[in-house]
Design a protein around this ligand. Structure first.
Ligand code: PHE
Length: 433
């Protein structure tokens, strides 16, 4: 049977952008910015995204596109009988770990959509503390957490079993633009809140003394996380691209879209955080404590507005999360389908089962949740990205690679990127030691 492929470049970009744009932008970026001191973190993040992530994106996509295979098979084809195929195994392990804690946050989004539908965020007099308590209660109730997580995973299961073109493509096209429009509207509202200016300063005036090895590693890790790099997702999606499509423009567009969403999320959240007197370093709960506050104050003048915006917003966040999480599931599933010749439904069920068990554990233990959150971006994805760069820069034939990857980018991939990643790893270790 012929392998499925994306219909054209626009759908390929939309699917990759759908994978990239997700909770990483809306939930993780603002909370990381808050924990690592604002503008200085953003600056490192932007530099990493442009100079490190674009070339890695192109390299990772090259491996998938040139073989039309998912990770394990792709490495086996390009470097037969070598240890490289074990890098492919990262693809099976990584997405399961990420999806597990990601689904906890996906579950929170689902819970917040439900709360919006039951008009929980329409009381304009509700204090910021009251909204914080609502989030605290959700995290405190482990059984509810597991139930929401299960709901989120079941939605993923549905999309992935429908298949590539019917499920994922259609899904992605509708939801991403809706999210964009809503977030821009929230930026304007947030900027209009009294006291918002301090939040804007926090985002645009860097304090360079805040930059150290740990901040650099976290900012780089956030860029990898947000762009779904270093774990086979982009590789797998690129394997569904047609031969004649261009990797460089696909990479550049995807990074631009992704950055835009992260920055917009930052400008939607931080001014409101400062206006409401919320602690910017509050951690993973930041958006869930801030957004409902924004929505309920909107209702001061127009009560119906708060309910409407909240419902639309959490619906769109849920879809953005789904287009990302299905790409993680897809990376794992493609391994079983392509390599183990397993039926799609069965493969999806296996990955689903692992994520459900591990995700439930993350619901029960906040420490495990935090550990997985940091482990994946700071270590697994960064390390995976390093391996992809080394593979393309050192193992593959230069002449072949240069047919798709322009010379300056190839140079970056071969020399600069491995050195920078290793230097940041080391400076982070030295700092800890
Ligand atoms: N990039 C996604 C986001 O920002 C998360 C993700 C990580 C998706 C790894 C796929 C693989 O939400």
């Amino acid at each position: 049977m012929a392998r499925e492929s994306f219909a054209n470049r626009t759908t390929a970009i939309l699917a990759m952008a759908g994978s990239a744009i997700g909770l990483g932008n809306i939930w993780r970026f603002p909370y990381m910015v808050g924990q690592y001191g604002g503008a200085a973190f953003i600056l490192v993040y932007l530099l990493a995204a442009i100079f490190i992530c674009v070339p890695i994106f192109i390299s990772e996509a090259y491996i998938g596109k040139s073989t039309q295979l998912s990770t394990f098979g792709a490495f086996e084809k390009l470097a037969p009988n070598t240890g490289w195929k074990w890098v492919g195994l990262l693809t099976v392990i990584n997405p399961i770990i990420i999806l597990s804690f990601y689904s906890v946050v996906g579950g929170w989004s689902l819970a917040y959509l439900f709360k919006s539908l039951t008009l929980s965020f329409t009381d304009a007099s509700a204090t910021q503390e009251a909204h914080g308590a609502v989030f605290g209660a959700l995290v405190g109730n482990k059984w509810a957490g597991i139930a929401w997580l299960t709901g989120f995973l079941v939605m993923n299961f549905g999309v992935v079993t429908l298949g590539v073109s019917k499920g994922i493509e259609k899904f992605t096209k509708i939801t991403t633009p809706i999210l964009f429009v809503l977030m821009v509207a929230i930026v304007f509202y947030s900027l209009s809140m009294p006291g918002a200016k301090a939040g804007v300063d926090y985002l645009v005036k860097p304090d360079f003394s805040k930059i150290n090895g740990h901040v650099m590693l976290s900012a780089m890790g956030q860029a990898f996380f947000s762009l779904s790099l270093g774990m086979g997702t982009i590789l797998t999606y690129a394997s569904y691209m047609k031969k004649e499509e261009n990797l460089v423009s696909t990479g550049v567009y995807t990074v631009i879209f992704d950055l835009m969403f992260a920055l917009i999320a930052g400008f939607a959240i931080m001014p409101a955080v400062f206006a409401a007197g919320i602690e910017p370093g509050a951690g993973p709960g930041l958006i869930f404590e801030t957004l409902p506050y924004i929505f309920s104050t909107m209702g001061r003048d127009f009560p119906a507005l708060s309910a409407g915006v909240a419902i639309l917003f959490f619906t769109a966040v849920l879809f953005a999360a789904l287009t990302s999480s299905v790409s993680m599931l897809e990376a794992g599933v493609a391994y079983f389908v392509d390599h183990k010749k397993m039926a799609r439904g069965k493969a999806t069920a296996i990955v689903f089962g692992c994520c459900w068990i591990f995700g439930s554990l993350c619901c029960v233990s906040t420490r495990l949740f935090d550990f997985c959150d940091r482990l994946t971006s700071d270590f697994l994805m960064t390390f995976g990205s390093l391996l992809y760069a080394v593979f393309v820069g050192w193992r593959l034939k230069k002449a072949d690679v240069l047919q798709e990857i322009p010379r300056p980018i190839y140079f970056m991939v071969r020399w600069i990127i491995p050195l920078v990643i290793i230097a940041i790893f080391i400076s982070n270790l030295v700092m800890k030691g």
